[in-house]
Ligand binder design. Structure first.
Ligand code: SF4
Length: 290
């Protein structure tokens, strides 16, 4: 476990993420592929063709390679947190050339782009201390056609599960074709306004073929997955099905007077990768295959 291993692994993760979808998302899309002649079937085939071409040619599956967001779970390890953060940043520099990554960092007011993915506040690295003797790094290269459609609802507690479902549905319907459906949704419930949105994004890191361990949240996931799949927005917003192929929910307890609900909208290019660095020197990387 050293800075060089982390740097090269992060570069590889980003390279994989933008060129090959992780198995859960790829399978969910592939299951929707048919030889039908409806516009929805044609759109799904086009998306799958795009994905296959990206993998075969080793090029990004979408010209928008997104904003790389990192989550670092830092355990009891013999490398400093500062060195790990430096290695992540160096890995991003390498991946920008290797993948390549589009320079997607601009000043929010002047829109000045320095030609890389760095700048004030970027790259985004969320850090959580953990007890185990390992480091875990996730990355999500977040497209912003979909990010722009994300929403926060500060609901009244009386709105309950019904209100949460209505807010998520309203968010997807209002988004229409803008976020490049079929969509994966991360839903964050509880905490504070900022926590709900952070949980919503973090929910996207969990494979979409898994369920929340809290039975009430797992039931909500099942209901939202079943209820939003065929609402008619359709692939690329052109009608038909599917509109949503995955919904993950994460939660935190909240104030008795509050029910924050964050919805992070993710396009079909749900590009996540994860690496675990262990004390014995092994590194396990999950994500797409290239
Ligand atoms: S929203 Fe996703 S699929 Fe659409 S252009 Fe952006 S990255 Fe590409």
């Amino acid at each position: 476990m050293d800075e060089e291993t982390i740097r090269s692994t992060v570069a590889g993760m980003l390279d994989r993420a933008v060129k090959a979808l992780p198995p859960d998302v790829r399978s969910a899309l592939a299951e929707c592929e048919t030889d039908g002649d409806g516009i929805d079937a044609v759109q799904v085939r086009t998306i799958m063709e795009n994905i296959r071409m990206g993998e075969e040619k080793g090029i990004p599956m979408c010209e928008d390679t997104g904003v790389p967001v990192f989550w670092l779970r830092y355990g009891k390890v013999p490398i400093s947190l500062q060195d790990v953060v430096s290695a992540i940043k160096e890995g991003l520099v390498e991946a920008a050339d290797r993948a390549p990554l589009r320079p997607n960092s601009v000043h929010p007011l002047t829109r000045l782009n320095h030609g890389d993915n760095f700048g004030h506040g970027l790259p985004l690295i969320h850090i959580t201390p953990i007890e185990s003797e390992q480091i875990e790094i996730w990355t999500l290269t977040k497209g912003h056609g979909s990010e722009n459609m994300s929403a926060l609802g500060m609901l009244a507690p009386a709105a309950g599960v019904k209100g949460i479902k209505e807010f998520v549905l309203e968010t997807v319907v209002n988004a229409g074709g803008n976020p490049c459906p079929p969509l994966v949704l991360g839903v964050g419930i509880g905490g504070t306004a900022d926590t709900a949105m952070a949980l919503a994004k973090k929910a996207l890191l969990r494979p979409i073929d898994t369920f929340n361990q809290d039975p009430s949240m797992a039931q909500l996931e099942a209901d939202l997955r079943a209820g939003l799949r065929d609402i008619g927005v359709g692939p690329m917003g052109l009608g038909g099905s599917p509109t949503v192929i995955g919904v993950n929910v994460e939660h935190a307890n909240c104030h008795p007077a509050s029910l924050p609900v964050g919805v992070n909208v993710q396009c079909w290019a749900d590009r996540w990768a994860k690496a675990t660095f262990r004390m014995d020197g092994t590194v396990e990387v999950l994500g797409g295959d290239i």
